[in-house]
Design a protein. Structure first.
Lengths: 166, 202
């Protein structure tokens, strides 16, 4: 792929990809870091891009892998720090994972999205915000199409519950 | 409220526009006799509407050929200033090589990452059905939608930009280009219309 073609294709999806990464990382700086690395890696391997999938699907997949690797590095550090903090007796049942407890009504969908597990948040955003097909979501997330569909359905159900449904 | 799994699947497929005509008609008849089903679909449709209103941001500039600096990732996590790490590394290297502050040779300055600045866009247009913004921060390609503040005529959004001067235009109802009255100044473009200009972080 010619560098100019890469640049043109990137510019078509750059805003959407960056916005997606902000919603996955929760941080503007982290999203910018992931974007920079994903674009660098994509550009380096542009000649390996097969035109049987769309450019945006391919670049989103690279970005998600970059983000997952970055998360592992951070989680490892967080776990190490947690192990160094002596636990009080009353805190022994607290885990570092995010817990959605009980029924919480969110007026703002952004807040509700933040509470959604990443496994469901990513395909939901890809479908509802970025308009990817289930086949494309499956390619980006490296899961099968049925799993992509189920995750989006479950995300919709969970968000509906969080935003005041019964 | 509990629902049958098959009904949930049908409603989701309906929402995705994947149901063939005959199944859509069947579902509509079912919703007529089952208010809970109709209500659930309405809530899913409302949810879809809300996601379309989520803010979007213009991507910051990227360098396609420069290897990412992981210093920003590492120091962000360990909360150590970039300049301190760089200065310490240079000092050690300088001492090792016989250069640095004791030899009269100035160290090479390490570039620090550019801070992004928030550009808040606010436009008053109570009769508009949509307002968006496009500019040279995204190469005049994607229109970024503004969001109507509830019960007001104000449309807002915020965009992360690196400090600089940016030309842009507001677009009302998809086809009217308007100047932003809150812009720093206005310039003529090459097409006989006017662009707004804003200085961000300067």
């Amino acid at each position: 792929m010619h560098p100019d073609e890469f640049r043109t294709e990137y510019e078509k999806c750059s805003g959407n990809l960056y916005s997606f990464l902000i919603r996955m990382t929760g941080d503007f700086d982290d999203a910018a870091d992931v974007l920079q690395e994903a674009v660098y890696r994509g550009f380096k391997s542009r000649n390996r891009f097969r035109k049987d999938s769309s450019f945006s699907t391919w670049l989103y997949r690279i970005a998600i892998n970059v983000w997952k690797n970055q998360r592992k590095r951070t989680a490892h550090k967080v776990m190490m720090e947690m192990e160094q903090i002596p636990l009080m007796e009353s805190e022994t049942n607290i885990t570092p994972e995010k817990v959605l407890s009980g029924k919480q009504a969110f007026e703002d969908i952004s807040e509700a999205l933040n509470m959604l597990d990443e496994k469901y948040r990513a395909p939901f955003l890809l479908r509802q915000v970025d308009g990817f097909s289930y086949r494309e979501i499956a390619e980006v997330m490296e899961i099968d199409e049925n799993a992509a569909r189920v995750r989006v359905y479950r995300a919709r159900h969970a968000l509906r519950d969080m935003i005041g449904g019964e | 409220m509990t629902m049958k799994r098959s009904d949930l699947v049908l409603l989701n497929r309906y929402l995705d526009g994947e149901l063939p005509e005959d199944e859509r008609e069947l579902l509509k008849r079912q919703m007529g006799s089952n208010p809970a089903l109709a209500s659930y679909l309405e809530e899913l449709e409302s949810l879809s509407g809300k996601t379309l209103d989520l803010p979007r941001w213009a991507a910051p500039p990227v360098n396609m050929t420069r290897k990412p600096s992981y210093v920003s990732l590492l120091t962000h996590r360990f909360e150590v200033p970039v300049a301190a790490v760089a200065a310490a590394a240079l000092l050690l290297l300088g001492i090792f090589l016989g250069r640095g502050p004791f030899s009269g040779v100035a160290p090479v300055p390490v570039p620090t990452p550019e801070k992004m600045v928030v550009f808040r866009v606010i436009h008053y247009s109570p009769d508009a059905k949509s307002v968006s913004i496009v500019g040279d921060f995204n190469n005049w390609r994607q229109e970024i939608p503004l969001h109507r503040q509830e019960n007001s005529g104000y449309w807002v959004n915020q965009i992360q930009l690196t400090p600089g001067k940016y030309s842009y235009s507001l677009i009302v109802d998809g086809n009217q280009r308007v100047v932003d009255p809150t812009a720093d100044y206005v310039v003529d473009d090459d097409f006989g219309t006017k662009n707004s200009v804003v200085r961000v972080g300067l």
